[in-house]
Design a binder for this molecule. Structure first.
Ligand code: NAI
Length: 343
């Protein structure tokens, strides 16, 4: 089988070549992202392999379908960039639901600690032989309340780590877990009680801009917001206003609403067009990483292995347990997807 692999980064190639070769799959690596113009590169391929910032809207799906492409293999968990509803009946879509929840949860904690203990400032100061501690006062995590939005795989690992620090954990989830001993509260209560808020839910029409001017108003003064989930969970303009008004004490962002044309690339020689992002980055209490939370050796190996096994399973059985299907409106974890072809 042949797959057009879009938005290739150097770190993708070794693991996909290894697992692909073992399974008889050839990946054709392209640096460009999938969109209506680049879809043509997939001509003659059985499928496309895409990442978070590729565009797979109705137009692209129709183009791929007309060229005989049968599979869209997402090498990530989130699938908000694929029109799954439109793909139904045309192209099968798979994702990698979990590759290392530890990678993302640990990155969230790394950002949080960096921010509140001013490690990013200390690193720059001491390199310049500036050993002053003025302005470096942080605060203990121990005893603080963290509000976790989304208690799935990543959220739960994050909660375990926070408990290790002696933090009080409260959480909100649309589908609360019954087995985890987590104190669930309504979203508004989470906003008003949390010293730190960490987002671990998917981006959907319901969660879009869940952090906005109104919700920020309900938060405690000095709240720290951590987002390793999806950028559009936060209204970036409202976040910036909250930081300027000192309502928000710090923000740790691994994702950004308008990241698609900026993140993952070296833009150091260019003038950044996005004024909101530039202003956020200029703030001493904002840390931005470039959608890096997933990037560990373990996660890369798991991503390649699961993507390849999704493809192999579909080729063999006509279905894959990690298929995203719109057959009954239940996009994920559809029994029918696991047991039989949906279309
Ligand atoms: P998961 O599916 O295991 O957990 C998501 C949780 O969110 C579930 O418990 C679900 O019930 C809950 N949820 C769904 N709708 C909700 C709503 N409206 N309000 C509150 N909670 C809701 O997913 P997992 O693996 O924990 O990943 C979470 C998110 O992390 C993904 O959606 C993805 O966007 C992001 N992610 C980011 C990465 C990065 O590199 N920055 C890498 C991997 C995932």
């Amino acid at each position: 089988m042949k797959f057009a692999f879009y938005d290739t980064k150097q770190y993708d190639i070794p693991s996909f070549e290894k697992y692909g070769t073992e399974a008889g799959i050839t990946f054709k690596f392209y640096e460009g992202k999938l969109n209506a113009d680049t879809a043509e590169l997939a001509r003659g391929c059985d499928g496309v392999c895409i990442f978070v910032n590729d565009t797979c809207n109705a137009e692209v799906i129709d183009k791929l379908h007309s060229m005989g492409v049968r599979m869209i293999a997402l090498r990530c968990a989130g699938y908000n960039n694929v029109d799954v509803r439109h793909a139904f009946g045309k192209i099968h879509v798979f994702h990698v639901p979990a590759y290392s929840p530890y990678a993302v949860a640990e990155h969230a904690v790394a950002m949080l600690l960096t921010s509140i203990r001013r490690i990013h400032k200390a690193y720059i100061r001491t390199r310049d032989f500036n050993f002053s501690l003025n302005g470096m006062t942080g605060f203990d995590l121990h005893g603080k309340t963290v509000g976790v939005v989304g208690t799935g795989k990543i959220g739960r690992v994050f909660i375990d780590i926070c408990r290790g620090f002696g933090m009080k954990v409260i959480a909100y989830d649309k589908f609360p877990a019954t087995d985890a001993g987590i104190e669930y509260v309504e979203l508004d209560e989470l906003f008003s009680r949390s010293d730190i808020i960490s987002l671990h839910c998917p981006l959907t029409s319901e969660t879009h801009h869940m952090i906005n001017a109104v919700s920020i108003e309900k938060m405690r003064r000095g709240v720290v917001i951590v987002n390793t989930s999806r950028g559009a969970l936060i209204d970036a303009e409202a976040l910036l206003a909250g930081i300027k008004s000192r309502k928000i004490g710090a923000a740790c962002l691994d994702v950004y609403e308008e990241e698609a044309d900026i993140f993952f690339e070296d833009n150091s020689g260019h003038i950044l067009d996005d004024d909101t992002l530039a202003r956020l980055i200029s703030m001493p209490n904002v840390i931005v990483t470039s959608h890096q939370a997933f990037l560990t050796e373990e996660a890369l190996a798991n991503i390649a292995e699961t993507t390849v096994s999704n493809i192999v399973e579909f080729a063999r059985d006509g279905s894959s347990r990690n298929e995203l299907c719109y057959h009954c409106g239940k996009v994920e974890n559809c029994k029918k997807c696991r047991d039989a072809r949906c279309f």
